[in-house]
Ligand binder design. Structure first.
Ligand code: ATP
Ligand code: MG
Length: 394
């Protein structure tokens, strides 16, 4: 049982780890406020700082879209749905009485009142005032019972410049404010995994650019559009993003012509990593992100991952899904809204040249020998890199 959403006029936003961040707190907070304000543009709502806690004052608290948008802001850990009143005893008591009546009607029979007093100008201390309010409810409403241990409803008060009364508090994603950890490049394909990996790293404060590799005209424009749409979904969390595409057909053809078939997949993955690192250097980014998960497919064995990593010289590669089961990845994809798009059929640049019997335990030595068979390897990569395309997605 909760205060009805239609009666809510302020949404309290709680920081998670941000509260621990000491001297960077100011910058982080500024970043979060800007994100919130961007999200509020389309709603009848405004952001207010009340004694260091953020509130969204709104007449649209019943609007799931507004709440959905606020949930997408990393660095916010929880949200409470409050009724805001003046910080005056008389107003507070009246409101508590109204709310209690409403909750009793909904079926609550026991209650507890909890007070947090951030505003020290308010004379009564939190313990005394909580008791006084409890007595007020017992005298003035149909409630006859307080339960300290297991109340049907917990009524919380936050006394600040204004006073906020709530019964409903939910946890949100948490994480760190967007970009507070720096900038990275996510390798995104049309599958289920890489969008989830991108989300998880963005959640840790990494502002992402995206790159995808296609083999046009052997892969379709439609596949590229699909990936752009995935980036668009991610940009709701990650802000406006640069989305690069590179046509890797030239290197796939060279691999196909010159090297042993069983290594084609790993060699292609290495080329992708190299091209990605070139972009990292050019755009002054600091990390790569992939959707690899140990053991999931033939190229994601330990040996395969070593060969892929070895193609990257100086950049840390984040694989946030490395230990996560497919079922959990799918659940996460559904939760963040990328799953439905990911499962739309698409053609994959890797699939086309994929060997029937890939080597699942390639050694780096063997791979380097195979790669050296392509004499103009660097020139081919440079040509691919120079032909890259970029669009801004928001
Ligand atoms: P996904 O579900 O993300 O497509 P996957 O399970 O198909 O991943 P792989 O094809 O082995 O796995 O790819 C592993 C990772 O390499 C992907 O998660 C992605 O980060 C990157 N990757 C693979 N193919 C591409 C591509 N065509 N463009 C960009 N990145 C790619
Ligand atoms: Mg894939």
């Amino acid at each position: 049982m909760h205060i009805k959403r239609e009666n809510i006029n302020a949404i309290g936003l709680g920081y998670g780890e941000l509260a621990l961040k000491g001297k960077n707190r100011g910058t982080f907070e500024g970043n979060i406020k800007q994100r919130i304000n961007n999200k509020l543009i389309n709603f009848d709502a405004k952001l207010v700082n009340d004694l260091s806690k953020l509130y969204v004052y709104t007449n649209e608290s019943n609007n799931e879209n507004l709440i959905g948008e606020l949930k997408k802001i990393f660095g916010i850990n929880n949200m409470n749905f409050s009724v805001m009143v003046e910080s005056e005893e008389r107003c507070i008591k009246q409101k508590i009485e109204d709310i209690s009546n409403e909750l009793y009607q909904e079926g609550a029979r026991t209650f507890k009142i909890e007070v947090n007093r951030a505003n020290k100008k308010f004379e009564k201390n939190s313990m005394d005032f909580a008791k006084e309010l409890g007595a007020h409810v017992l005298i003035n409403t149909e409630f006859t019972k307080v339960s300290m241990k297991n109340p049907d409803v917990l009524i919380s008060l936050d006394i600040r410049e204004k006073t906020y009364i709530y019964t409903e508090k939910i946890n949100t994603y948490g994480g760190l404010p967007l970009g507070s950890s720096g900038n990275g490049l996510s390798l995104i394909s049309g599958g289920i995994d890489s969008p989830v990996a991108s989300f998880l790293m963005a959640k840790r404060g990494l502002k992402l650019e995206y790159v995808t590799f296609h083999s046009f005209p052997f892969t379709s424009k439609k596949a590229l559009v699909k990936i752009e749409e995935l980036v668009k979904i991610l940009s709701e969390y990650n802000g406006k993003s640069k989305f690069y595409s590179m046509n890797i057909l030239p290197i796939q053809q060279a691999i196909n012509e010159k090297t042993n078939k069983e290594y084609a997949t790993i060699l292609t993955r290495r080329a992708m990593m190299r091209l990605s690192e070139m972009l990292v250097k050019k755009n002054n980014l600091k990390a790569l992100v992939t959707g690899e998960s140990l053991g999931q497919v033939a190229s994601q064995t330990l040996e395969g991952l070593n060969c892929t990593s070895n193609a990257v010289e100086k950049t840390v590669v984040f694989r946030p899904l490395i230990s996560i089961d497919k079922i959990e990845i799918i659940e996460k994809a559904k939760e963040i809204g990328t799953y439905e798009k990911s499962i739309e059929p698409h053609d994959d640049s890797c699939a086309m040249f994929a060997p029937k019997h890939p080597n699942t335990k390639p050694s780096i030595e063997k791979i380097l020998i195979e790669e050296s068979k392509i004499e103009n390897y660097d020139e081919i990569l440079l040509e691919i890199f120079n032909n890259k395309k970029m669009v801004l997605v928001k």
